[in-house]
Design a protein around this ligand. Structure first.
Ligand code: FES
Length: 359
């Protein structure tokens, strides 16, 4: 795996994502939400042993900023937790059954505790509200082992750019950069100081290398000015909302190393209106050019599960009965697609097409 040249579409560029598919298959010997093994075994080999879910308990809960709660998670049996590296995410299964990804923001050297921070999303799918309203010290939940699609490569000079809660994967990167003696800078942007967690922890690493910019004091940040803070020849790591990522992508010089992770839904590129039909006789739903099929489906079926909203976790998978889709995910194999699998969080159809779903 070439970490210095991450897979194109994971970082927003077009291209097949064999890396992520292999990584996903490696870490998920079995995906219960799909109800079937993901790894294809060579004939004659014994069946793969599924990796059991990781049991976790909430051991600490702290409000660390406006609408941001930090959770400490540990094995309820005192077991050591699987190791992880800066940039890794944890897929949590909440008590309701919802699955959500969160970046680990603690210290990778601490194998007794995972730390995550969750911002309440008022108009989200209920995952952050469940954590804020219902998850308390002592509650149990499960997770899959940490996975990393945003690996820190440890270049000699790095600029870390965080928007809002996007600070979470960058905090362990800053810690690692400081530990290795790299030439690093971190800029954290946010609405106001009260909404931005981990300022003290970052400044404790090296206050000269950390800058906090708030909209109320400094105005809306300009991506070109942010990127201009990079040490000479630095690699840029960015995590934040889609508009910030798009602006930073445009501002980074061609050929410069840019690693990024977005949270929330991927932007819809070249979307055209099409229709969904639920079963042969079910309701017909119009999908406008600027909305995802999943969002439209969830208005009819609010319990339809989803997680990443970016076409890589597979949680939202539905079955296609007929119609010609445009697969835009990074998860399904050609065989999956031929068998009718569709990930409606990102996949669409040509204009005027109707996709009939098994729902
Ligand atoms: S929600 Fe993750 S693939 Fe659709």
């Amino acid at each position: 795996m070439d970490l210095l040249n991450p897979p194109p579409d994971l970082y927003g560029r077009p291209g097949p994502d064999r890396f992520l598919r292999r990584l996903t298959a490696f870490s998920d010997w079995y995906n219960p939400s799909l109800g079937r093994p993901l790894l294809r075994r060579r004939p004659g080999l014994p069946p793969a042993r599924p990796t059991p879910p990781l049991p976790l308990a909430v051991t600490r809960r702290t409000e660390i900023a406006t609408d941001v709660v930090e959770l400490h998670l540990a094995s309820p049996f005192g077991d050591e937790l699987p190791a992880w590296q800066p940039g890794a995410r944890l897929l949590l299964t909440l008590p309701s059954g919802r699955e959500r990804h969160y970046s680990l923001c603690g210290d990778p050297a601490d194998l007794a505790t995972y730390r995550i921070a969750v911002r309440r999303v008022a108009d989200g799918g209920g995952g952050s509200a469940e954590i804020h309203d219902s998850l308390h010290v002592g509650n149990r939940l499960t997770a899959r082992r940490p996975r990393n699609g945003f690996a820190f490569c440890g270049e000699p000079a790095v600029l870390l750019l965080a928007g809002g809660i996007g600070i979470t994967p960058l905090l362990p990167m800053a810690r690692e950069a400081q530990r290795r003696g790299l030439d690093w800078r971190l800029v954290h942007t946010g609405r106001d100081a009260a909404s931005m967690p981990y300022g003290d922890e970052l400044r404790a690493l090296d206050p000269r290398r950390v800058e906090l910019l708030t909209d109320d004091r400094d105005g809306t940040p300009d991506a070109t000015e942010l990127v201009a803070r990079a040490p000479k020849g630095a690699a840029v790591y960015c995590c934040g909302p889609a508009p910030m990522l798009a602006a930073v992508q445009a501002a980074v010089a061609p050929g410069a190393a840019l690693h990024f992770e977005r949270f929330g839904a991927a932007p819809i590129l070249d979307g055209r209106p099409f229709a969904l039909q639920l079963g042969e006789d079910g309701p017909r739903l119009e999908v406008p050019a600027d909305r995802s099929a999943l969002d439209v489906l969830r208005e009819q079926r609010p319990d339809l599960p989803y997680s990443c909203h970016q076409g890589f976790c597979g949680t939202c998978q539905v079955r296609l009965r007929s119609g010609t889709p445009e697969h835009r995910d990074r998860r399904l194999t050609e065989e999956d697609r031929a068998a009718g699998a569709l990930l409606p969080c990102v996949s669409r159809a040509p204009e005027g097409e109707t996709l009939v779903l098994d729902l």
